[in-house]
Design a protein around this ligand. Structure first.
Ligand code: ADE
Length: 236
C-alpha cells in the first residue's frame, strides 16, 4: 500500500482527477491511498488569506510559509503515528530536476510521498528549505500551478505499485521500460480502410511475433527518439 499526500489550494481538482479510471479502482482496492490537504485550512489569517506581496517588490503574490508548514506538519504527524518513515516531500516546480520513468520507479518504492503544489509566483523560500527533500519539474514549460504536474507524477508512480495494474506485463513491456518506444499494435478487423494487419501477427508463431515487435521498437526509437536509441545502443 502506497500513500500519496498532496498539499494544495485546490483539493477538489486533484481528488477528482486521481479517483477516475485505473487509479480510482486502485484506491477502492486499497493498493494506494490519495489524500488532498487544503493548505488554506491551516492559515491563521482570519480572512483565510494564504498569500502576500513579495519583499523587494515585483509582480505577483507569494504563498506564505506558515500555512504550508502547518499543513505539512499535520500530514507528517499522521505518518509518524503509523510508525512509518517520514515521507519525502516533493516540491513541484519548473526549477526542479526533470521527471522521467526511472524517477517514477525509484519513487514507487516509498511508502508515503508528500507533494507540495505551489500557486501564484511560488512559495516563501524559508519553508521550502525546512521541509522539501526533492524538487521536480515535469518539463520545460510553465503551468499555472503544481496540481497538474503532481497528478502526472502520481499517475506515473502509482501504476508501478504492485496490484494497481492487473496485468503486471503491461508495466513491463511498454514504452521506456527497456529504454525503447513501444511497437505498433492492431486489433480487429484484419482489414480496415484497405489496410491489412501485418501478416506475421496472425501467424501464431510467438517467437517470430516477439522478434518482429522488438525490431519495430528499435526502428521506431531510432526514427523518433534518436537520443533514446543512442542510449539503447550503448547500454552495458
Ligand atoms: N509548476 C508550473 N509549471 C511546472 C512544471 N512544468 N513542472 C512542475 N511544476 C510546475
Amino acid at each position: 500500500m502506497m500513500n500519496f499526500h498532496i498539499l494544495t489550494l485546490f483539493p477538489e481538482m486533484v481528488m477528482q482527477g486521481l479517483h477516475t479510471s485505473i487509479l480510482g479502482r486502485a484506491v477502492a482496492r486499497e493498493c494506494i491511498s490519495i489524500e488532498a490537504v487544503n493548505i488554506r485550512d491551516y492559515t491563521l489569517d482570519k480572512h483565510g488569506k494564504v498569500d502576500d506581496y513579495t519583499y523587494g517588490g515585483g509582480a505577483g503574490m507569494l504563498m506564505q510559509a506558515q500555512p504550508v508548514y502547518d499543513a505539512w506538519q499535520a500530514v507528517a504527524g499522521r505518518i509518524a503515528v503509523r510508525g512509518a518513515a517520514p515521507g519525502r516531500v516533493i516540491y513541484v516546480t519548473p526549477q526542479g530536476r526533470t521527471f522521467h520513468q526511472k524517477m517514477a520507479q525509484e519513487l514507487a518504492r516509498e511508502e508515503d510521498l508528500i507533494f507540495l503544489c505551489g500557486h501564484y509566483e511560488g512559495i516563501d523560500e524559508r519553508v521550502l528549505e525546512e521541509i522539501v527533500t526533492d524538487e521536480i519539474s515535469i518539463g520545460d514549460y510553465v503551468l499555472t500551478g503544481g496540481e497538474l504536474p503532481a497528478m502526472v507524477m502520481i499517475d506515473a508512480i502509482a501504476r508501478l505499485v504492485p496490484g494497481v495494474l492487473h496485468n503486471t506485463d503491461s508495466a513491463v513491456t511498454e514504452s521506456f521500460y527497456d529504454g525503447l518506444l513501444e511497437y505498433p499494435q492492431y486489433s480487429r478487423p484484419e482489414i480496415w480502410h484497405d489496410k491489412q494487419v501485418p501478416p506475421i501477427l496472425l501467424s501464431g508463431d510467438h517467437a517470430r511475433v516477439d522478434a518482429w515487435r522488438l525490431e519495430q521498437s528499435i526502428l521506431r526509437t531510432k526514427e523518433r527518439r534518436p537520443d533514446l536509441y543512442e542510449a539503447y545502443c550503448s547500454r552495458p
